[in-house]
Design a protein around this ligand. Sequence first.
Ligand SMILES: C[S@@+](CC[C@H](N)C(=O)[O-])C[C@H]1O[C@@H](n2cnc3c(N)ncnc32)[C@H](O)[C@@H]1O
Length: 195
Amino acid sequence: MSAQPFFDELHAQEDPFGYRSRWYEQRKRALLLASLDRAHFERGWELGCSNGVLTEALAPRCQRLLATDISPRATFQARRNLSHLSHVQVHCAQHPQQWPAGRFDLIVCSEMGYYLEPGELAPLRDGLHAALRSDGLLVACHWLPAFSGRTCRSELVHERLGQGLQETFHYRDADFLLQGWSWTSRSLARDEGLR
Ligand SMILES: C[S@@+](CC[C@H](N)C(=O)[O-])C[C@H]1O[C@@H](n2cnc3c(N)ncnc32)[C@H](O)[C@@H]1O
């Protein structure tokens, strides 16, 4: 059964997850943005963008940014909310069944992987790794406690996505897990000649 009607129903509300209203969400976004080791990326992709609040926060850090979501209603809202940003594109797509063309130096999978069936995680990983440039950063961020609608554990999502990559950062608290991976080890201090 397609998950699309479920997410379309959720997006009957303008901000179904409280991205604009909750300090919890603002802080989590700030942590995610602060963990990106490059000031600027050439081509970013956020999958599962909902109404585009995180996409808007990522936009100043990307020359071009793609945002995708399974829900036509969510993509309508995101497109409208991001219409002032000409370098941001929003497409309706279900992952891992559908993939955007091209490769990215930033991929953000935030609060979306736990909606997939466990058997979809390996295809998701393979597709994301194929889309990740050799200098790219893959970021995942997921809520840890149980909730209705979850189809797999957040730890499993991160374990799968990180397989075969080097971990570049790791943050965990009582509520969520935030991790980043790349093909080779990275050090901003090394890049800036501090070590
Ligand atoms: C909780 S929101 C996350 C929004 C944003 N990424 C963030 O972290 O602030 C999850 C979004 O993922 C979308 N989604 C769920 N399963 C998906 C799939 N298989 N393919 C694409 N989008 C999906 C939902 O429609 C929903 O808008």
